[in-house]
Design a protein around this ligand. Structure first.
Ligand SMILES: [Zn+2]
Length: 525
């Protein structure tokens, strides 16, 4: 198998839009870094107090809806979940209408000003953080700024957005729009002149217009399937163009969040500083896209994948540089996010030939199981939480069954060792639990170390002691802290056996046989 090696520079260019959400808990560093922390914390608590004060003012003035909206400006507080703002495309906020009651107009003005001022102040601290070499912290602050005010232009620009025809657009979107394309939720990016005919049931295929039915017949076989390109993905499907578009939207969402969370996986501190300074902003060009094959149903998938993995019933797989999925009627996206996460870690920078082959394989799966939990709650993208089925299984195995393989032993398991273990399902649950622990324990004390851990494993420079070195803790202590973390949600685990556990959904493989299906080919443009 050819090692997956991609041009790092081009990825870094695309990752310009990324920002980090790591609540970096730094070891004591330069005093200037401590100043940055102190200033940011002070500013945040003032912001929280101001929001609450405004909400109370609304209540006093008889504006309960506005009070709710004001408080909703802050993400819900749950230290076992990660909240990432859903960035609106619309440029706002709307100006108060001329006939709005005076109090309502006053609320709107005060609310906007408060958020804008906070975003501006946080952004200044972020710039200072970059200057003191704390790029990770800087991007956490940037997130905080854009969450408060999604229209704060310096931050939006930093994240790769610009105002274009009345909306916030990425550079890629602007290029498509300027090229005469429009986005259709049904058909994806399509020449504007085609849209009406597509909506009327015609399709452009092989240089001529045909009916949708004929188009479907032509693309019925996956080898002649539709190819859809989104900003970062190339999807081939034999289901329908519409299904590929829906899949592309989900994958692009995962891509953006992944790039935010794991920025230091694929970018150096210097890269981050350079983007922050924004002088030579790389243009979106020279894109490579992640290949995905999307089969029409389970039977089609099994038939197509039989040649790759005879005897394995998977529900999705990342194999040989392509991720394979099938259209599921229930719309469960966990397998999708799991395998697509493997793909992003594998293809976003040069990686070793045999990732996790000798040791530390658990976290390769653990992080994919963590990303399975992606969903939307309350206007935020959310990851993790004690209610997630993977964490439920981890808690059940530890607290109910008393099953646990100490880290000193677990970190020494390579891929074969783990995947051939008869306890594989419970080991996967433990891997999911440990990953959650490293992300959330004590407000993210080990979160930075986890990203570095993944980075070293994917580079092939890891050994069983790597995690202890990066966390600065010995494995016995980490075992104990893990236990404490899982017990936080109460020692009761419920009596129901975990519903979803183990690897049944997909299976990590780097494979050695060539894929029986051709990878999607580029389309024009
Ligand atoms: Zn996996």
């Amino acid at each position: 198998m050819k090692p997956v090696v991609h041009n790092r520079q081009s990825f870094c260019g695309r990752a310009l839009t990324a920002f980090v959400v790591l609540l970096v808990v730094c070891s004591a560093g330069r005093s200037s870094a401590a100043d940055v922390f102190a200033s940011a914390a002070k500013l945040r608590s003032k912001y929280l107090a101001d929001i609450e004060e405004l909400a109370q003012w609304c209540e006093k003035e008889g504006l309960p809806d506005e009070a709710g909206k004001t408080r909703h400006a802050l993400p819900p507080h749950d230290p076992t979940k990660l909240y990432l703002p859903v960035l609106p495309k619309e440029i706002g906020p709307a100006k108060p209408s001329a006939d709005a009651p005076a109090q309502e107009a006053e609320w709107q003005t005060r609310f906007s000003r408060l958020r804008h001022n906070y975003a501006a102040a946080v952004y200044e601290i972020a710039r200072h953080a970059v200057a003191t070499g704390r790029a990770g912290l800087a991007f956490e602050l940037v997130l905080s700024a854009v969450e408060a005010d999604p229209d704060y232009e310096p931050v939006r620009r930093l994240l790769g957005y610009q105002k274009f025809r009345g909306r916030w657009r990425t550079f890629y979107e602007v290029r498509k729009l300027r090229g005469g394309y429009v986005w259709s939720d049904q058909f994806g990016w399509i020449p504007k002149a085609f849209l009406r005919r597509y909506e009327n049931g015609q399709r452009f295929c092989g240089g001529r217009w045909i009916s949708a039915a004929e188009d479907a017949r032509i693309h019925h076989d996956i080898r002649a399937g539709w190819t859809l390109e989104t900003e970062h993905y190339r999807i081939r499907t034999d289901h329908s163009l519409e299904a590929a578009v829906a899949l592309g939207v989900k994958l692009e969402r995962l891509y953006r969040l992944w790039a935010e969370i794991f920025i230091r996986y694929y970018a150096s501190e210097a890269d981050v500083v350079a983007w922050f300074n924004g002088r030579n902003r790389p243009q979106v060009a020279n894109l490579f896209r992640h290949n995905v094959v999307y089969l029409r149903d389970r039977a089609d998938y099994d038939r197509s994948l039989k040649a790759i993995l005879p005897g394995f019933g998977t529900e999705g797989i990342y194999f040989h540089g392509t991720a394979y999925f099938f259209v599921t009627p229930d719309g469960d996206d966990r397998t999708l996010y799991h395998e697509a996460t493997h793909q992003l870690f594998h293809e976003s920078r040069p990686v070793a030939r045999d990732v996790g082959g000798r040791a530390n394989f658990w976290v390769v799966e653990g992080i994919a199981m963590y990303m399975e939990s992606l969903r939307q709650e309350d206007g935020y993208h959310v990851l993790g939480g004690f209610q997630d089925q993977r964490l439920y299984a981890a808690r059940f195995r530890l607290l109910h069954d008393h099953f646990y393989v100490p880290l000193a032993e677990f970190t020494a398991y390579g891929r074969e060792r783990l995947q051939s273990d008869p306890r594989i399902k419970t080991l996967y649950s433990q891997a999911a639990g440990l990953t959650h622990f490293l992300i959330y324990y004590q407000n993210g004390r080990y979160r930075d170390a986890l990203v570095q851990y993944l980075s070293i494993i994917y580079s092939g420079h890891d050994d069983p002691s790597t995690l202890a070195r990066l966390t600065g803790a010995n494995y016995k202590d980490l075992d104990q802290q893990y236990r404490e973390f899982l017990a936080q949600g109460g020692t009761e685990t419920g009596s129901e056996q975990p519903k979803a556990e183990g690897v049944g959904r997909g299976r990590w493989t780097v494979g050695r046989r060539a894929s029986p299906l051709p990878a999607p080919r580029p389309t024009n443009p």
